[in-house]
Write a protein that binds this ligand. Structure first.
Ligand code: MRU
Length: 339
């Protein structure tokens, strides 16, 4: 790997290797572990993050729990690990999809203890590979939304760091750039944890795409100046009617787009569609600790006794979404995803 290359996670020599995303872009540190507990912690601390990626990491974590269960009751160990992983983060449905896929294999093969780890690992690798392929197809399908060489605004991080492949919304931008359809990208800072100014900026720079970082409150004035041709974001959970949960601040952008008559797109694999939810009302929104608001990158900006409101996601109603790009096609409003 040359010094400009990077990856989010890899599975090598029976261990998970992941880049610590909390340190990016100033430090590129890879952590190697075979402990499911360490992977659970990494997901909670956002060392590993992004809806598809946390699902993939959790699938590897359950496989590792079984690998390390020699001499113990594998059923008990698996259930404990499953309960631990399921509690890491509540909003991205990809996590629950991946955990259920691994559980199905476990239930089918649990009596074949000798081959159980190999079978679970095979499934985890398949989930990883499938996500990479979905990203590739989302990138291809996304090319159809370009009406001209465009100036694009994006929020949070949806690239290689958030998925098992080249990204969702990020890959629509990357494929557009490779096809000479991208003039410039604006990356929202994405407060409080700065996934935009730290991670998307890092990925844009590594991809050679011209960009500027802006703080989340600057989008309206850019739109007014005709600086944005469209906005594209990822998703953590999409209901059957197209209501979409994504990083806090996404809903603001959708409203601004509607006011300024600018297309607003969501890109996500079908594993982000929650087929049990008819609308966004049932989506559980993660609340994170107030310390993430009272400090920036560990540096305190307000005293500990201040209260802070800290939802990690918001829900954008589907009528504000011009199109949802999946690996299948570009869906348009009204959305009626099949159960
Ligand atoms: O809290 P995060 O960083 O995990 O939030 C991530 C997002 O909101 C992304 O936009 C979403 O997961 C899509 S990633 C392809």
């Amino acid at each position: 790997m040359n010094s400009r290359e990077y990856f989010s996670i890899d599975f090598k020599d029976d261990q998970l290797v992941f880049i610590d995303q909390t340190k990016l872009p100033l430090k590129e540190e890879y952590i190697t572990t075979d402990s499911y507990e360490r992977i659970a912690e990494a997901i909670e601390k956002l060392e590993i993050r992004g809806a598809p990626l946390i699902g993939i990491a959790a699938a590897y974590a359950l496989s590792l729990a079984v690998k390390n269960s020699a001499g113990k009751n594998v059923d008990e160990i698996f259930q404990k690990a499953f309960q631990r992983m399921i509690k890491t983060r509540p909003t991205a449905v990809n996590l629950f999809f991946a955990l259920d896929e691994i559980k199905k294999v476990f239930n089918e093969k649990k009596n074949d203890t000798e081959n159980l780890y190999v079978k679970l690992l095979y499934k985890a690798k398949e989930i990883h590979r499938d996500d990479a392929e979905k990203c590739r197809r989302i990138g291809e399908n996304g090319l159809t939304i370009y009406k001209k060489k465009s100036k694009i605004l994006t929020h949070c991080n949806t690239g290689k760091l958030a998925t098992g492949g080249d990204g969702t919304a990020f890959n629509v931008i990357k494929k557009g750039f490779e096809n000479n359809l991208v003039e410039f990208v604006y990356a929202d800072e994405t407060r409080p944890l700065l996934q935009g100014s730290r991670l998307t900026a890092f990925e844009l720079e590594r991809s050679g795409i011209p960009f500027s970082i802006l703080t989340d409150s600057m989008a309206a004035s850019l739109m007014k100046e005709n600086e944005i041709d469209f906005v594209i974001v990822g998703a953590d959970r999409i209901a059957l009617n197209g209501d979409t949960a994504n990083k806090i601040g996404t809903y603001n952008l959708a409203i601004l787009c509607s006011y300024h008559n600018i297309p607003f797109y969501v890109a996500a694999p079908d594993t982000t569609i929650d087929r049990t939810l008819v609308s966004g009302e049932g989506i559980k929104i993660e609340r994170r600790s107030k310390e993430e608001i009272l400090a920036i990158n560990g540096v305190k900006i307000s005293p500990d006794n201040y209260e802070a409101y800290s939802p990690a996601f918001d829900v954008t109603p589907s009528h504000l979404i011009s199109g949802i790009i999946t690996e299948e096609k570009v869906f348009t409003f009204p959305y009626n995803f099949i159960k």
